[in-house]
Each structure stands twice: as C-alpha cells, then as structure tokens.
Design a protein around this ligand. Structure first.
Ligand SMILES: C[S@@+](CC[C@H](N)C(=O)[O-])C[C@H]1O[C@@H](n2cnc3c(N)ncnc32)[C@H](O)[C@@H]1O
Length: 201
C-alpha cells in the first residue's frame, strides 16, 4: 500500500468520496456492542469525526492511518483536543498493537486489501489487537457496492464473507446495510458488521 496515494487524496480536504459529517452507522453499531468505554482504535481513521465522538464518550482513542497527511488534517481540526488522542502513522498490515483494544473500528479500509497476504496480515493483527470479548465494527462496500474507490480496486463483502475473510476466533453478532452519499451525490452501498472476539477456551 502506498502512503503517497493517500497523502495526495487528502490534499482535497473534506472533498473526498468517503467524507461523512457524522459517523452515524459506526456509532449505532458500536452502541450495539454494549461495551463500557475502554481502549478503542480507529484503523485507517483518516480525518473521520469518529475519534472525537468516541473521546467525548469517554473512550481512550488511538487513530492509526497510513497517511500522515490525514492524521495532520484530523489533528488540525481538533486543535488542543488532539493531544487527548494517540496518533499512529502506520500500515495496518505491518503494525501490531502492544496492548489489545476493547474496540476495533474500521470504515472502508479492509476492503482495499486485495491480496490474500494483506488480508491475512490484517486478520492476524486484528486477532492480536482485540481482547477476548472485545468488538470489531467493520464497514466495507457491500456485495453490490462499488468495484473501485479513490482510483483503487476494492473487495466487496456480505457480512458472512467478511467473517470468513477475518478467520477463526470471531462471531458475527449483528450487521446492517446502509447507503453512503458521497459529496458529489454518488450512492455507495455498504455493510457494517459487529464481530465479537471469542473468549479463549
Ligand atoms: C476510504 S478512507 C476512510 C477513512 C475513514 N475511515 C473514514 O471513514 O473517513 C480509507 C483510509 O484508510 C487509510 N489506509 C489505506 N490503506 C491503509 C493501510 N494499509 N493501513 C492503514 N491505513 C490505511 C487511508 O489513508 C484512508 O484514510
């Protein structure tokens, strides 16, 4: 994955196809996880407002993104409040959490992993980075969603396919479909799933 591709994309500020003013579907699904605020990571969080929302709810938040430009934009927006969030400029297929999180959130990042090797690396990182009983909330293009985004090919998932792609140790607890309307007025079909990490046997 090329960080420069994403740094260039973020030079458009909010005029990116994935922009949403409020992360409503993510917050709804996070609410369904029923977790008390603890440690959360927004994987490929970019300049999303989710980190600010979770921080406001009492979560200890880490935002990881391959694009340093995205993280700078997010920090600029937050001003002094940016210091309450941990910022990590890394590729999720190469990074490992040192302490597992209670909540792992990903909106529109996993679907960019088009090779089996990258998907396996992500799945291993998720397993290592989520505590037993913790929740992963993952939004991807749905099976009838777009085939490309930001000039790149993507994978499309039904919730059961997402579960299969992420491997053992997770249970699918809930899923929803929703339509994202891009700033240009395009409609993109998404699915968002709540996956629970099993307790060790
Ligand atoms: C479509 S955007 C979604 C951004 C954000 N989740 C949101 O909902 O606004 C995809 C994001 O994933 C980041 N990204 C892409 N590949 C990545 C990777 N391998 N590791 C970490 N971040 C990645 C991009 O820089 C970008 O911020």
């Amino acid at each position: 994955m090329d960080p420069e591709h994403w740094n260039t994309a973020y030079s458009a500020g909010d005029n990116v196809s994935w922009f949403e003013a409020a992360p409503e579907a993510s917050l709804r699904m996070i609410g369904r996880a029923g977790l008390s605020p603890g440690r959360a990571i927004d994987v490929g969080g970019g300049a999303s407002a989710l980190a600010r929302c979770l921080r406001g709810m009492g979560w200890d938040v880490t935002v990881l993104d391959i694009s340093s430009a995205a993280l700078e934009l997010a920090q600029e927006r937050l001003g002094a409040a940016a210091s309450q969030i941990a910022w990590v400029a890394e590729d999720i297929t190469r990074w490992r959490a040192s302490v597992p999180f209670d909540l792992w959130h990903d909106r529109a990042v996993f679907h960019f992993l088009t090779t089996p090797e990258d998907r396996l690396a992500y799945a291993n990182g998720l397993r290592a980075g989520l505590r037993p009983g913790g929740a992963a909330v993952i939004a991807t293009f749905a099976e009838d969603g777009p085939e490309r985004c930001s000039g790149l090919p993507v994978m499309r998932y039904a919730p059961e396919d997402l579960l299969a792609a992420l491997g053992a140790g997770l249970r699918l607890e809930a899923s929803e479909r929703f339509v994202h309307v891009t700033p240009g007025g395009g409609k993109q079909r998404f699915q968002i799933s709540l996956l629970r990490r099993d307790h060790e046997k």
